[in-house]
Design a protein around this ligand. Structure first.
Ligand SMILES: C[S@@+](CC[C@H](N)C(=O)[O-])C[C@H]1O[C@@H](n2cnc3c(N)ncnc32)[C@H](O)[C@@H]1O
Length: 210
C-alpha cells in the first residue's frame, strides 16, 4: 500500500536527535492529561495509522486505571499491528488492533464515537487536500467534547496554519498547539464542539504518498 518501510521508520524513535522521541513525549503527555481530566469515566480511543501503538499503549502501561479505556488501533502494516497486539495484551485496557486501511470509513463502524482520536504521523504523508478531507471527516469519529491529537512537521511550506484553520471550520476548538523552536515537529490538540456527525460509509479519506 505504501512504499516506505514503516517498521524501520519506527527505529528512529530510539535514535537521538530524530525529534521523534520528543514528539512522542508531547503526544503521550496529552493522552495522560485527557485520561486525568476524564477520570474515572470510561474513555474510548481511536488511533488511525497507529503504527506499533507506542503513544497510547505506552501511557496505558503506566496507569492503574487503564481498565477504563477501550481502543481501536487501525494499522495497515502487519508487523506493526502484531507488535501493537503484543503490547496491548499485557494491559488491562480493552484494545482492538485492526490490520486495515485507516482511510476507509467502514473500518470505524461500530467503534464510533470516540472520546479521544489520535491522528499522529498522518498529515505529513498525505496531500494537502487529503489532510483537509480527513479533518472535515474527523467529526464522524468524535463524541461531543472529544479531543483529537494530531501531528505535522512544519517544514516549508508550513501547513499547520491551514490545518488549525480547517479544524476550526470543522467544529473544533484549539486546546493546544505545541511547536518547539528547536525542531520542526508539532502536536495539535483540538476539542470537538460541533454538532454530532454520523459516520458516512464507503468514504476514502486519504492515501499515503510515500
Ligand atoms: C508515520 S507512521 C506513524 C505511526 C504512529 N501513529 C506514530 O505516530 O508513531 C505512519 C503509519 O501509518 C501506517 N499507514 C500508512 N497508510 C495507512 C493506511 N491507509 N491505513 C492504516 N495504516 C496506514 C504506516 O504503516 C505507519 O505505521
Amino acid at each position: 500500500m505504501t512504499s516506505t518501510d514503516w517498521a524501520q521508520w519506527h527505529d528512529a524513535y530510539s535514535r537521538p536527535g530524530s525529534g521523534l522521541d520528543a514528539r512522542l513525549d508531547a503526544v503521550r503527555a496529552r493522552i495522560s492529561r485527557h485520561l486525568d481530566e476524564t477520570a474515572p469515566n470510561p474513555v474510548h480511543v481511536i488511533s488511525a495509522c497507529a503504527g506499533d501503538g507506542r503513544d497510547l499503549l505506552g501511557v496505558l502501561a503506566t496507569r492503574s486505571d487503564a481498565d477504563r479505556v477501550t481502543a481501536l488501533l487501525v494499522e495497515y502494516d502487519a508487523r506493526l499491528a502484531s507488535r501493537a497486539e503484543v503490547a496491548a495484551s499485557t494491559l488491562s485496557a480493552h484494545i482492538e488492533v485492526r490490520q486495515a486501511d485507516a482511510a476507509d470509513s467502514n473500518v470505524y463502524a461500530g467503534s464510533v464515537p470516540a472520546d479521544l482520536v489520535l491522528l499522529c504521523g498522518i498529515f505529513g504523508n498525505i496531500s494537502d487536500d487529503d489532510v483537509r478531507r480527513t479533518i472535515e471527516a474527523a467529526p464522524q469519529l468524535c463524541a461531543p467534547g472529544a479531543e483529537v491529537v494530531w501531528t505535522r512537521h512544519r517544514n516549508e511550506p508550513d501547513l499547520t496554519p491551514a490545518i488549525r484553520g480547517w479544524f476550526a471550520g470543522a467544529g473544533f476548538d484549539e486546546v493546544a498547539f505545541i511547536s518547539p523552536d528547536e525542531d520542526v515537529w508539532s502536536v495539535g490538540v483540538h476539542r470537538f464542539v460541533g454538532p454530532p456527525a454520523p459516520l458516512q460509509p464507503e468514504r476514502h479519506w486519504f492515501t499515503f504518498f510515500r
